[in-house]
Design a protein around this ligand. Structure first.
Ligand code: ATP
Ligand code: RIB
Length: 315
């Protein structure tokens, strides 16, 4: 590793309430689930933990509720040695929570209640400005107010800090504001929602990436689940494969990709290689159950690198 990168995440923290079930209940029906698991989640927190496990120095800017989950979430960040000087507990609001349902294939359905995440405001970014200015890269998602996302993108640009945006969960946005980021990284469904275009085939993925480039986004990476990722930019259009693993739970795979990619890039790993390594890191996370707890350490990743097999695309 050339030097320890500094990553800041301005984003969400949730507690994930995960039920493993053979199938989803029909409306009005009650069925038995197979297993239950509770763990720390939230796209921002997951990406922070992935970046930390990959070797970055990480700071988190987030808001939590004054409930059981708030202090426990701070403790979780601290157990990973993530800086929590700008993680605050707010009275009168719940922490973010995410009931998640996972089918035997590993596929999930997620409902997010934003709670305190929705109270992370532009003024909080100003408060954290001295810390944020030390970062090589700021990572953002869409589980906090959009005005805070737009504000932070402008802040990063004004201060010459790289900015990686994961527009998740997908929602209608002002693409002009987003065009100021360095990397725009949606998954298939987020890309579809934001562009209003289907992303079911390789050609559709390319056309969708082109749509974002035409609107001024400099670099687009659409993550494609088992099919890896599509990188698009000026003169670049390339599919990069995922890896063959025994998938048990895909929850958090996108976050594993984003946190590890930002770290590798900030370390100085060339872009294409950083994406390939992030695909491996994310693929491996799907072979374990849970969100943050499915993420590997850097030495574990290096160990798998020697034997990992890229997975042929089905697109
Ligand atoms: P999630 O919402 O489940 O956290 P996501 O939908 O945001 O994930 P995906 O595009 O599904 O993100 O996955 C991100 C990366 O994880 C992919 O680019 C791929 O490298 C890896 N990945 C995801 N699913 C699988 C799988 N079933 N097998 C192997 N790799 C996978
Ligand atoms: O990307 C996975 C995450 O989405 C979960 O941890 C859940 O909290 C939701 O934010």
């Amino acid at each position: 590793m050339s030097r320890q990168p500094r990553i800041a995440v301005v984003g969400s923290a949730n507690v994930d309430l995960v039920t493993f079930t053979e199938r989803f209940p029909a409306p009005g029906e009650t069925i038995f689930g197979q297993e239950f698991d509770m763990g720390f989640g939230g796209k921002g927190a997951n990406q922070a933990v992935a970046a930390r496990l990959c070797g970055a120095q990480v700071s988190m800017v987030a808001r939590l509720g004054a409930d059981l989950f708030g202090p426990a979430t701070i403790q979780n960040f601290e157990s990973h040695q993530i800086d929590t000087s700008h993680v605050r507990v707010l009275e009168g609001v719940s922490s973010g929570v995410a009931p998640i349902f996972v089918e035997p294939s590993g596929e999930n359905r997620i409902l997010v209640v934003k709670g305190a995440n929705d109270r992370l405001m532009p003024a909080d970014v100003d408060l954290a400005a001295p810390l944020l200015k030390q970062a090589d890269c700021i990572i953002l998602q869409f589980e906090i107010p959009l005005e805070t996302v737009y504000y932070t993108i402008r802040f990063a640009r004004a201060n010459g800090i790289k900015c990686v945006l994961n527009p998740a969960p997908g929602q209608p946005v002002d693409l002009e504001e987003l065009a100021r980021v360095d990397y725009f990284i949606p998954n298939e469904s987020e890309a579809e929602t934001i562009a209003g275009k289907p992303v079911k085939t390789a050609d559709e993925a390319k056309a969708c990436a082109q749509y974002f480039l035409e609107r001024g986004v400099p670099r687009v990476i659409i993550t494609l689940g088992v099919n890896g990722a599509l990188l698009a930019g000026d003169g670049v259009l390339e599919f990069i494969p995922a890896y063959t693993v025994d998938t048990k739970d895909t929850t958090g795979a996108g976050d594993a990709f984003i946190g590890s990619f930002a770290t590798f890039l900030a370390e100085g790993v060339p872009e294409r290689e950083a994406i390939a390594q992030a695909c491996l890191y994310a693929s491996l996370s799907t072979s374990r159950v849970g969100t943050q707890k499915s993420f590997l350490s850097r030495p574990e990743l290096e160990m798998h690198r020697k034997t990992a097999k890229p997975r042929p695309s089905t697109l």
